[in-house]
Design a protein around this ligand. Structure first.
Ligand code: NAD
Length: 367
């Protein structure tokens, strides 16, 4: 397995607590590498390394496309079902993160909880997602949902020349943290909304609260609608599902919506406007990036609303280069990194960037 293009990959093993973790830093060309801590039971260490490499590169692209001054990284913790996840293990991880001196900044990801983040924060200031009471930004999903709404607006403008969701039919797949918030925003904006979830509680609650329609989980992808908004799991668009689509556009929060890069081309060829997932779903990372230097929700919301403009720029770039929006989004991110990399180089502790002035220790002390 190659760590092609990755700056640094650290394997951390701690005998006292049994912690085994990999921290992959893909790029710090734009700033310190920010990315989630994933807790997962991997079949092998090689699988864990592969996941860390793949996910850290995706974070680089997401941060770059969002216009953030930060790079991409990821930590994966190999769960051992025989050992409890306790304070000592998380603090050992906090020390491993601290040793990188701020080159990697941790965030919540699959399997992580705010309590984990608080334990990590006992050992290092280089962590986001701590409780609001400790100066953090709390649950990122409401902000991610604001980003989804603005991604949908950009997609509607691309299809109809008018970004307003009023009177448009939007199908939301998944009514969890992000999906339910997105549904509320869409209804408020005057859209007709249909939802589906494998667990009935979410759709039932939204139907009685807002009067949205419900369809079966297998129906939502082939619903006749203006926009399909995937807010559940990845790999929604495949060689099997793409021919069944009856939506005009796609814009949602789910990570890795395309099963393969070729699926982005297939959507384009079919005339479905695809707002790339890593651009649309950036609200959460935009939100946590604001934790350093004094968190201000209103400011981060304005930055998240700019996702509408960014998605529009990706559509323009796709037109200019004669390619699909999926490929254009990657070009958009990589070209920004390539333009800035010669100026910035590798980020190191103490480098004079906006980040070094963020004074994270003072943030954690509530200053
Ligand atoms: P969540 O677990 O709260 O919600 C996901 C929902 O999808 C659940 O209700 C689940 O039952 C449902 N679901 C699963 N499989 C389904 C299927 N086949 N059909 C319909 N529904 C299905 O997760 P979340 O935090 O709302 O995140 C949703 C997606 O957005 C994930 O892919 C996540 O990685 C991505 N994302 C989330 C954030 C965030 O801020 N939470 C940020 C960026 C990206």
């Amino acid at each position: 397995m190659a760590a092609a293009g990755h700056e640094q990959v650290v394997f951390h093993a701690d005998d006292r607590t049994g912690l085994r973790a990999i921290i992959a830093i893909h790029s710090t060309a734009l700033g310190p590498a920010l990315g989630g801590v994933r807790f997962w039971q991997y079949a092998s260490e090689a699988d864990a390394v592969r996941d860390a490499l793949r996910l850290s590169e995706a974070m680089t692209l997401k941060a770059a496309a969002a216009g953030l001054d930060q790079g991409g990284g990821k930590a994966v913790v190999l769960i051992d079902p025989a050992r409890p996840r306790d304070e000592a293990t998380l603090r050992a991880l906090g020390r491993a993160i601290d040793e990188l001196g701020g080159r990697y900044i941790a965030a919540e990801d699959v399997g992580a909880t705010p309590r984990d983040m608080n334990w990590i924060a006992l050992e290092t200031p280089w962590v986001t997602g701590v409780d609001e009471a400790d100066g953090g930004s709390g649950d990122p999903s409401p902000m991610t949902a604001i980003g989804v709404l603005h991604g949908i607006r950009a997609a509607l403008r691309e299809v109809f020349g008018d970004p307003s969701p009023a009177g448009r039919h939007v199908a939301v797949q998944g009514t969890g943290h992000v999906g339910s918030n997105a549904v509320r925003l869409l209804v408020e904006a005057g859209a007709r909304v249909t939802v589906a979830d494998v667990r009935p509680e979410g759709p039932d609650a939204l139907a009685s609260e807002l009067g949205v329609e419900i369809v079966a989980p297998e129906e939502i992808v082939r619903l006749d609608c203006d926009v399909l908004s995937p807010c559940a799991l990845g790999a929604v668009f495949t060689a099997t599902t793409i021919p069944q689509l009856r939506c005009r556009a796609i814009a949602g929060a789910a990570n890795n919506q395309l099963e393969t890069p070729a699926d982005g081309d297939a959507l384009h060829a079919r005339g479905v406007v695809y707002a790339p997932d890593f651009v649309v779903s950036a609200g959460g990372i935009i939100n946590i990036a604001g934790e350093f230097g004094g968190y201000d929700r209103a400011r981060q919301e304005l930055r998240t609303r700019a996702i509408e403009e960014t998605v529009g720029r990706v559509f323009d770039l796709a037109r200019e280069r004669g390619t699909s929006p999926a490929r254009a989004a990657e070009l958009f991110a990589r070209e920004r990194i390539a333009a800035v990399a010669p100026l910035a180089g590798r980020w190191r502790p103490g480098a004079r960037t906006a980040w070094s002035q963020g004074r994270p220790l003072e943030r954690l002390r509530g200053a």
